[in-house]
Design a protein around this ligand. Structure first.
Ligand code: F6P
Length: 372
């Protein structure tokens, strides 16, 4: 961990990537903790767009002065009061060249200039792997930076859990609970697609907690024939319906992840896993199949108490780190404590579900099929 000298008077905070319940709680904790130290707090709108596109905002600036009243009652609010984007990477900013072609430009120095012009001494960057990797570049360029890990996907490696995950998981589990009765009433197979990108944490944990019969995750490619056998010969002996949870990143054996959009400069958009699965299962079962896509519903709503508290702890710890002279680190939960991990070690890696972990073992012991 690097220590830096110099007194801090003014900090900035931004939120990047997909929103997650708990972002506002982090913003509140950072703001109050910093104001209580006598620092000023500036919120950058929509990732770094508040700096790049000031004309987009009503008063001609994408920088907001965060005060006690602006964060007074936002702990329980989903989303982010600052706005966010997964399209404004300052290291690969999409712009038109003289021929009208879209090219990616490194505009990171403009951000550093803006910080100097506005006398901002440090940045607290809240985001997933993409945003934290950008923060790491700024730290290497000499800006004081602390990262705060966020994602409903829970796929960041150096923290036991990210905020947003518990809220998304709770919603997914409740949705499965609701689907049992309608599935049973009609004797149907319900296929429920959940987010999570290339990691199966939401599917696995909600599937087990919500009594699914089959759980399909990206880490275990599935064999449709084995699943059909299991449904026709095992599940049908016990009940007249089945619940299948499929992660958006799940793929058939020898097949590919279902992608709806792939464009330079943008994160791949996943989708269609449930439809593909249902289409392939249809000829192998006599039961009706219905698909449900939980999608962005998983990102909405009020954060759970767990996510609120984790977010508040992360926000306060981020300010504490700056006050202690740290930079280039990410706050991380290492129960029971919040610790600091160098951004260099925390970024450009993904935490996926180990196929031999005890949660998968538990699922198998409960008779759940993982498609393998
Ligand atoms: O990373 C969070 C997440 O919700 C993923 O689970 C999902 O694949 C993606 O973001 C969706 O992004 P968008 O909001 O751009 O559709």
């Amino acid at each position: 961990m690097k220590n830096v000298n110099g007194t801090i008077k003014k900090i900035a905070i931004n939120t990047g990537g997909g929103d997650a319940p708990g972002l506002n709680a982090v913003i509140r904790a950072v703001t109050i903790t910093a104001l209580n130290k006598g620092w000023e707090v500036i919120g950058i709108r929509d990732g770094y767009n508040g700096i790049f596109l000031p004309e987009k905002y009503s008063n001609g600036t994408g920088l907001i002065n965060l005060t006690y009243d602006k964060v007074a009652y936002i702990t329980g609010q989903g989303g982010t009061i600052l706005g966010t984007t997964n399209r404004g990477n300052p290291l690969k900013f999409p712009m038109k060249d003289t021929k009208g072609n879209i090219v990616e430009i490194d505009r990171s120095d403009e951000i550093l200039d803006a910080f100097r012009r506005n006398k901002i001494d440090a940045l607290i960057a809240i985001g997933g792997d993409g945003s934290l990797s950008i923060a790491n570049v700024f730290a290497k360029k000499g800006l004081k930076v602390i990262g705060v890990p966020k994602t409903i996907d829970n796929d960041l490696d150096k923290t036991v859990i990210t905020f947003g995950f518990d809220t998304a998981l709770g919603f997914a589990t409740e949705s499965l609970d609701r689907l049992h009765t309608t599935a049973q009433s009609h004797g149907r197979i319900m296929v429920v697609e959940v987010m999570g990108r290339y990691a199966g944490w939401i599917a696995l944990n909600s599937g087990i907690s919500g009594s699914a019969d089959v759980i399909l995750i990206p880490e275990i490619p599935y064999d449709i024939n084995k699943i059909a056998d299991f449904l026709n010969n095992v599940v049908s002996q016990r009940k007249n319906y089945a619940i299948i949870v499929i992660a958006e990143g799940a793929k058939p054996l020898g097949g590919e992840t279902s992608v709806i959009e792939k464009e330079a400069g943008k994160a791949e958009r996943l989708g269609g896993a449930a439809e593909l699965f249902a289409k392939n299962l249809e000829p192998l079962t006599t039961k009706e199949i219905r698909t449900v896509i939980l999608g962005h519903l998983l990102r909405g709503g009020s954060p759970t108490t767990f996510d609120r508290l984790l977010s508040l702890r992360f926000g306060a710890a981020a300010v504490r780190a700056l006050a202690d002279g740290q930079t280039g680190v990410m706050v991380a939960l290492d129960p029971p404590a919040v610790r600091y991990v160098p951004l260099e070690q925390a970024t450009n890696r993904m935490k996926t579900v180990p196929p031999d972990c005890d949660t998968i073992m538990t699922g198998r012991e409960l008779g759940i099929c993982f498609g393998d």
